[in-house]
Ligand binder design. Structure first.
Ligand code: TYM
Length: 333
């Protein structure tokens, strides 16, 4: 069986350190060992209102960000989800095989819809079924994501299993989640109990991949810690969510072993550690930011990557759809 990766990110503004450490950095690490498809999930983005002109530019910028982070367009297929119509087509078929009870369990819908559940779109509710379609359409074996997507991946596995059992054949590959690295859930810099997120009202809560060196340094300096000193071992991390988060970010970006960090900074005050953390962030993010800016000036090049990626993805998507339609008994002359 071909070892194949599918993953994606919503083009909803500036990508941040959570997207990088939870997803893209791991894609880069895995890309040589798998056939890779990385989509920009613009159909997921429209589950909440978007400005059309801004959305299309964000889609290009997300492609530029994948490339700037080190995804190779020679090997991977990079494309917007909406360019391969089979995503929506398979989504409908899967939706007809997904019990409402499974969707009612999805915590992300509850968080995003909030108290205004009746005002939320059907798209927002059905969002995890579209995500399942993204993955199952390509028979992906592995899906590298941050920890917040774990429940959606379990649903994708359940839907594939139910579909296969219903038609008594192993048509859809059951994907494995790949939640990797030291920072699988990067938390807000202002509140260690909430996830770093594009939708947080506070810009200081997250580091964007397009932040200037100075912005990065200021955000790390102002990141919340507590009155204790830097921990000397894992026991001293108990209940210190903000400290754990900064440590995880440092470990993920520097690749340094945790014991070395305890030995170097344990017992010292936080400003020493924060200076090092800011340096590591600037070293990692600075070159990505510069490359995103350069690539955004090369729109034709970005569009050529999109066209090439879309063409490759379509071949695989059409293969699966042919089998699925035949299996379900839909016309496909
Ligand atoms: P999205 O756009 O919210 O996030 C994209 C990726 O970034 C990861 N991520 C994080 N990881 C660690 N810490 C954080 N604070 C953090 N914030 C975001 C996410 O886990 C994700 O890997 N539904 C998905 C997109 C999607 C998808 C797919 C992913 C659509 N179809 C198919 C995989 C396969 C989403 O909204 O991710």
């Amino acid at each position: 069986m071909t070892k194949r990766i599918l993953s994606g990110i919503q083009p909803t503004g500036n990508l941040h350190l959570g997207n990088y450490l939870g997803a893209i950095k791991n894609w880069v690490a895995l890309q040589n060992d798998y056939e890779c498809l990385f989509c920009v999930v613009d159909l997921h983005a429209i589950t909440v209102p978007q400005d059309p002109i801004h959305l299309i530019q964000s889609t290009r910028e997300t492609v530029a960000t994948y490339l700037a982070c080190g995804i190779s367009a020679d090997d991977a297929s990079i494309f917007p989800q909406s360019m391969v119509a089979e995503h929506s087509e398979l989504m409908w078929i899967l939706a007809c095989h997904t019990p409402l009870g499974w969707l009612n369990r999805m915590t992300q819908f509850k968080e995003k819809a909030g108290k205004q559940k009746d005002q939320a779109s059907m798209g927002l509710y059905a969002y995890p079924v579209l995500m399942a379609a993204d993955i199952l359409l390509y028979q992906a074996t592995d899906v590298p994501v941050g920890e917040d997507q774990k429940q959606h991946l379990e649903l994708a596995r359940d839907i594939a299993g139910a579909f296969n059992r219903h038609y008594k054949k192993d048509l859809l590959t059951i994907p494995e989640p790949r939640i990797m690295g030291a920072a699988t859930r990067v938390m807000s810099l202002r509140d260690g109990s909430s996830k770093m997120s594009k939708s947080d009202v506070s810009d200081a809560s997250r580091i964007h991949l397009k932040d200037s060196d100075d912005e990065i340094i200021q955000k790390i300096k102002k990141a919340r810690t507590d009155s204790g000193s830097f921990p000397s071992d894992s026991k001293e991390l108990d209940g210190r969510l903000e400290v754990q988060n900064l440590l995880n970010i440092y470990l993920a970006l520097s690749g340094v072993d945790v014991q070395t960090v305890y030995a170097e900074f344990g017992g010292r005050n936080f400003s020493d550690f924060k200076n090092h953390l800011a340096d590591v962030c600037v070293e990692n993010i600075g070159p990505i930011r510069e490359k995103i800016h350069r690539l955004m000036d090369e729109q034709q090049y970005l569009d050529s990557i999109i066209q090439k990626g879309t063409a490759k993805a379509k071949v695989l998507a059409q293969d699966t759809m042919r089998d699925v339609k035949k299996t379900v008994g839909l016309c496909n002359f």
